[in-house]
Design a binder for this molecule. Structure first.
Ligand code: ZN
Length: 374
């Protein structure tokens, strides 16, 4: 009996201990299960072989290289955003080096290398182009500025800091572009001073491809007095009629001007405004296109806007800009081409060159100088 009772008690104690252990384990599982599931990849890491660990380190190194160097690339809109990709992969990587992450890192590395070599090629091409610029008429200090930019670019490029190199290269190209215009303006004015000092009776009219060119380099003799060109007038009248049918009123308020008329006009302007400002909107005698008989200053209904900057905003000016080439006329001094023509934008000054040439000027800001290769 006693033995039996003892056995019973032992069994009961064992049962209690078992229950305790089971509930302890169970509670633990319940408590830590969510955490463990979350940490499974990390736990799995402890079970990785030595080779796996080396390969994981390799991926982490690869990722870190991309992460550290992505800021040196410039990424245009055609490439999806590599920066946010890096952030995405980094977030995933914090949870372990899974197979998925490895694939993402491989992709990221490939994309990084692809964009890097694309940057390199583009920069090389652009830099070579900038390097080939002749810098004609640049002053010494301007050339020094150019060389400073080039040196800065080359150092950044060597260090593979492409985004910074690109910024310097953009500045270099912009500087060259602007300074070329400045140098060209200086050259035009220099030539103009020389040519306008020459004896006007010795000048010869200059024709290129059958087009009489008059600008700050090519003048006309004082004896050149053809009057208004009949063909140009006829073309203007046709243009005027067609415009009127569209409700646009055009008036050619100034066409042919003789050498002597221009002489009076120019000296009056110089008296009022001074020579340098006058030279941007009025020609010295012998250098006015109006002396050819082929230049037409055209205005609209509002007389107060004739030969005024604000004429450009009128319906008439817009119509002329879009249609004049159909009648043989071109806008002679387009906007933004002051450095090429030597004159400010004149939305009212049109030059007759014949339709066979003028059609090439349609919807462009091409100048006659550029068209004739001057
Ligand atoms: Zn004019």
């Amino acid at each position: 009996m006693r033995k039996n009772q003892n056995n019973k008690r032992k069994k009961s104690i064992r049962k209690k201990i078992s229950l305790l252990i089971i509930s302890f384990v169970f509670i633990n599982i319940l408590t830590f299960l969510p955490l463990n599931i979350k940490n499974m990849p990390l736990l799995a890491g402890y079970l990785l072989t030595k080779e796996d660990i080396i390969s994981n380190e390799e991926f982490i190194m690869k990722f870190n290289y991309v992460k550290d160097n992505v800021k040196y690339l410039y990424i245009d809109s055609s490439d999806s955003d590599l920066h946010s990709e890096v952030d995405k992969v980094e977030a995933l990587l914090n949870e372990g080096v899974t197979e998925k992450v490895k694939i993402l890192i491989s992709d990221l590395t490939n994309r990084f290398n692809e964009i890097s070599s694309k940057n390199q090629l583009e920069l090389e091409k652009l830099f070579n182009e900038a390097n080939d610029e002749k810098l004609e008429g640049f002053f010494e200090d301007e050339i020094e500025t150019v060389n400073g930019y080039k040196e800065e670019f080359e150092n950044l490029y060597k260090d593979k800091k492409y985004s910074e190199a690109k910024e310097v290269l953009d500045s270099l190209r912009e500087y060259i572009e602007n300074n070329k215009k400045l140098a060209n303006t200086r050259k035009i004015n220099e030539v103009y001073d020389e040519k306008s000092e020459e004896d006007p009776s010795l000048r010869e009219p200059k024709y290129i491809n059958g087009i009489l060119i008059v600008n700050k380099e090519y003048g006309l003799p004082d004896t050149y007095a053809p009057g208004e060109n009949a063909e140009a007038r006829e073309a203007f009248e046709r243009m005027k009629t067609d415009a009127a049918n569209e409700g646009i009123y055009l008036n050619a308020f100034s066409t042919y001007r003789s050498y002597y008329t221009q002489e009076r006009l120019y000296s009056n302007y110089v008296y009022t405004y001074g020579q340098a400002p006058t030279d941007t909107f009025s020609a010295r005698p012998g250098f006015s296109e109006h002396q050819t008989g082929l230049a037409f200053d055209i205005g609209g209904l509002d007389r107060s806007l004739w030969a005024q900057v604000d004429f450009m905003y009128t319906e008439e000016a817009k119509w002329l800009k879009e249609n004049c080439h159909k009648y043989g006329f071109i806008l002679r001094y387009p906007e933004g081409k002051e450095w090429k023509t030597g004159y400010m934008y004149e939305s009212w000054h049109f030059r007759y060159i014949g339709v066979e040439h003028s059609v090439n000027f349609a919807n462009s800001d091409l100048t006659l100088e550029e068209y004739l290769g001057l």
